[in-house]
Design a protein around this ligand. Structure first.
Ligand code: CLF
Ligand code: SF4
Length: 491
């Protein structure tokens, strides 16, 4: 059974023990993600680029954090899921406003975070507008930060329109990771997503706008791939507009060298005041998103753990510590101290080996099953790869698909916390049950009789038998118990 240590221990004084405690506490709200490929699946030079990047590697996101700095407010296109008052919805949760920073302020913030969050490995610029259109600020920020913290990975996100103008500088500055949001490869479909773009000093509308954007996105992708810069493509899934078309998008971006494809569900709320929100365009249901991802799983590697984080997000992917690092809380002068990050990395190098071994054992256990039954398992976790959260405290569940073919993370389901102050509301529980559509069992650290009975009525088992196990080990043990052939192997 794992020892549970609070997230506060992640910022404890430097020592190997403290760093190990940080790892055991996890802190990462998710437990697996996106591309699950490891060093055996890719060239060493590529693995070296992704192994510490929480968005590009399944393994890495257990251990490493990203931070965004909101230095790029200007944007050159209009998306129908954005009203420009909020952060860029191409790489951020819609309806959120970030604290905008100058490059100097960003520098001070990054140094402060690097000193206090030892997991920090990536600095991303994801708006709140477009990182390539607002290039001078993006460039000034990256150059200042990499001069002080040379090992931090630089990552940016763009709609692609201004991207080809900056690819050579991106390569020169060692920006190894670029995200392009590509929602279509057919400009006719783009007409329903982009009402206008601003390009070469004038505004373009309709099909012309869509064609230019498409050509610039494809050119930017090709130019990056030629320079071996890893490209993640984000696509917003908009039911009835581009949902089925994303199969074609996946094929095209794969052929042009994209490393990862991240399908993000449209989040459409009338309160956000976007065109889609106000005209009733709905987002996809969880099972619709999963069905599309399953259809694409033979294509470009898929990212399934995206949290649509804020343009000023800080921390492991499932958490946001941004509110601890607002400008009014930063020191006037920040000096970088590399010791904590260095000590943390030493411990991580050891821990990763153990986690990989546990996953392999779990895979062997389920492989022994004679049943070809695919089951969705929801996990309540506070992070660290463990089943370590009470059912009623979860604000999201990690969903895994298990069969004799293996155990794969397939996404997360956001829920309202059921238990507040020791009491649970029936209406909240109904929402949790609805969010768990398709799930057969929930594994958690603790679950009360009352929610357990209600879940059972809905056909969902809830169990705390595997509390504090590694997630994959707990799933394998549950699956083995349900499938006697697998059970024999574990006996
Ligand atoms: Fe940020 Fe994006 Fe770089 Fe990651 S996020 S710029 S690639 S460092 Fe990651 Fe956040 Fe999803 Fe983005 S979880 S929204 S995919
Ligand atoms: Fe909004 Fe981003 Fe689209 Fe610009 S690119 S309109 S900031 S979602």
């Amino acid at each position: 059974m794992a020892q549970i240590i609070s997230i506060e221990s992640l910022t404890a004084p430097v020592s190997a023990e403290a760093m190990r405690a940080a790892l055991e506490s996890g802190g990462c709200e998710s437990s697996s993600c996106g591309s699950s490929d490891g060093p055996a699946d890719m060239a060493p030079v590529v693995w070296a680029k992704v192994k510490d990047h929480p968005c590009y590697s399944e393994e890495a996101h257990h251990y490493f954090a990203r931070m965004h700095v909101a230095v790029a407010p200007a944007c050159n296109i209009q998306c129908n899921y954005c009203n420009r008052k909020y952060d860029c919805a191409n790489e951020s949760r819609p309806g959120v406003v970030s604290e905008k920073l100058t490059p100097d302020q960003a520098m001070r913030k990054v140094v402060t975070v690097a000193n206090e969050v030892p997991q920090l490995s990536v600095l991303g610029i994801a708006g709140p507008g477009d990182a390539c259109y607002d290039w001078k600020k993006t460039q000034a920020t990256f150059e200042a930060v990499s001069a002080q913290i040379p090992d931090i990975k630089l990552c940016l996100s763009t709609n692609g329109l201004a991207l080809p103008d900056h690819v050579d500088e991106i390569a020169r500055m060692n920006i190894d990771h670029v995200t392009i949001t590509i929602n279509m490869v057919d400009p006719e479909i783009g007409v329903g997503i982009y009402p206008w773009i601003f390009y070469q000093h004038r505004r373009w509308i309709g099909l012309e706008a869509s064609k230019i954007l498409h050509e610039r996105q494809m050119l930017g992708l090709e130019m990056l791939a030629e320079r071996n810069i890893l490209v993640k493509v984000n696509s917003v899934m908009i039911p009835g507009i581009n949902d089925q078309h994303l199969v074609e998008v996946n094929k095209v971006v794969k052929a042009k060298g994209a490393f990862l494809h991240n399908i993000m569900p449209l989040i459409s709320d009338p309160a956000h005041g976007t065109h889609f929100g106000l005209t009733g365009q709905r987002g996809p249901r969880a099972m619709e998103l999963k069905a599309l991802q399953d259809q694409l799983s033979d294509g470009t590697k898929l990212m399934r753990h995206c949290r649509q984080c804020r343009a000023d997000a800080v921390g492991l992917l499932g958490e946001d510590r941004g509110q601890e690092f607002t400008m009014d809380q930063l020191p006037e002068v920040a000096e970088y101290d590399p010791s904590r990050r260095a000590a943390y990395r030493e411990v991580v190098a050891e821990e990763r080996g153990e986690h990989v071994a546990k996953k392999a054992e779990a895979a062997e256990t389920v492989a022994a099953s004679e049943a070809d039954e695919k089951v969705l398992v929801a996990i309540a976790t506070k992070g660290g790869g463990r089943i370590n959260q009470h059912f009623g405290h979860a604000t999201e569940f990690q969903v895994y698909e298990v069969s004799f073919a293996g155990i794969a993370f397939i996404g997360h389901r956001k829920v309202e916390q059921y238990c507040e102050g020791g009491w649970g509301e029936d209406a909240t529980l109904d929402g949790v049950i609805a969010a768990l559509e398709g799930v057969q069992v929930v594994l958690c650290a603790k679950v009360g009789d009352c929610p357990k009975d209600s879940l059972a009525v809905a056909g969902i088992e809830a169990s705390h038998e595997h509390a504090y196990d590694w997630i994959e080990a707990g799933i394998a043990a549950w699956y083995a118990a349900a499938h006697p052939a697998a059970q024999r192997l574990t006996a």
